[in-house]
Design a protein around this ligand. Structure first.
Ligand SMILES: CSC[C@@H](O)[C@@H](O)C(=O)COP(=O)(O)O
Length: 341
């Protein structure tokens, strides 16, 4: 299946990434043939979003193998390079899972690894379309077949995946059914994935939207302007606790207070049955500079300390349903990923 926006591709010679740090001002691609460049791209969020990181991890093993062939690496050097890709960011389980899925094929040769990595990419696009259909069915059955006002946080669109998107995939499917009134896109401080990326995607798709400050979300929800919230996930524990972009928990709490559905849309590749609950999910701490400064200009007194977690964990009890490619799991009714598998 051909994705529309292609944030990540294999060109035949290189891993091509749409540079998400430059959007929406510039559409530029980076051709990656070097492990250092890939690790830097992952850390700087040139490529980002859990499913896209899974594909980057899998294709990253191909990059490492080819660089190793070019530069005559021994097995230990190759292994260390692959591990650096795997550990470039800690929270999205897809990154490590993508690396692990293809790594063991290295002894069969680079072509075998490449074929499996491309399968990861293809499965993601197909799975996202299924998530879109399941989510749209669930929402229109539960809320009625009327145009919906949905809220989302961060970017869980085509850019965050191999194509189509998860939470935004549901929005897109509803839009094709004429069932979207408007989308509230939280701006997503501090790196603005909502105002830069989600708004860019919604604009291109012709879907009506507002960008709002993250801090407006609770008020928008409690004033009755939102029918449901839908977000993506970086890692879902066996009990359904879900790590996603920092600020997601506040949205879930507001939805619970307002009595409206809070949905997580994510593929099974984001579910980590080896992590029992949210307390065990590693949370990435990012650079203080992201919140102590606005570009080059400091916005805080000298010596200010920063607490800058990139993600928070929403407890399963606040999640109405988890929409996967195999259908919805109704966490509100006590279903969990562990019991479903
Ligand atoms: C389908 S993407 C789901 C999540 O990965 C997304 O919501 C998110 O939190 C991304 O964080 P990011 O730091 O931009 O990689």
């Amino acid at each position: 299946m051909t994705p529309d926006i292609a944030p990540i591709e294999w060109t035949g010679d290189s891993l091509r990434l749409l540079d998400q740090t430059l959007l929406p001002a510039r559409v530029e691609y980076r051709d990656i043939t070097d492990v250092d460049d890939l690790v830097d791209a992952i850390k700087r969020l040139v490529v980002r979003g859990a499913p896209a990181l899974g594909v980057a991890g899998a294709l990253g093993v191909v990059v490492a193998l080819r660089q190793g062939e070019r530069e005559g690496w021994d097995a230990a050097t190759l292994d260390a390079a692959i591990t650096r890709i795997r550990e470039a960011r800690p929270t999205a389980v897809n990154l490590a899972a993508g690396v692990d899925r293809v790594r063991s094929l290295a002894e069969k040769g680079t072509d075998a690894v490449l074929a499996e990595a491309l399968a990861v990419l293809d499965e993601d696009v197909q799975g996202n379309h299924a998530i879109g259909r399941h989510g749209a069915d669930w929402l229109s059955t539960r809320l009625g077949a009327k145009p919906l006002r949905l809220l989302t946080h961060c970017n869980a669109g085509a850019l965050a995946t191999a194509g189509w998107g998860t939470a935004l995939g549901v929005v897109r499917e509803l839009h094709t059914r004429n069932l979207i009134d408007t989308v509230y896109a939280n701006e997503t401080r501090p790196l603005l994935q909502g105002s830069r990326l989600t708004a860019w995607e919604l604009h291109q798709l012709g879907i009506p939207y507002y960008v709002q400050p993250d801090s407006a979300a609770a008020g928008t929800i409690l004033r009755g302007h939102v029918d449901a919230a839908i977000v993506g996930a970086d890692r879902i524990a066996a009990n359904g606790d879900t790590a996603n972009k920092v600020g997601t928990l506040a949205v879930a709490l507001a939805c619970a207070a307002a009595g409206i559905p809070f949905l997580v849309a994510a593929p099974w590749s984001t579910i980590d049955l080896s992590t029992p609950d949210g307390e065990h999910i590693p949370i990435e701490q990012r650079s203080p500079a992201e919140i102590l400064a606005n570009g080059p200009a400091s916005v805080t007194p000298e010596g200010a300390r920063a607490h800058n977690p990139a993600f928070d964990v929403t407890p399963a009890r606040l999640i109405t349903a988890l929409i996967t490619e195999t259908g919805p799991l109704i966490l509100a009714d006590g279903q969990t990923p562990a019991r479903a598998r």
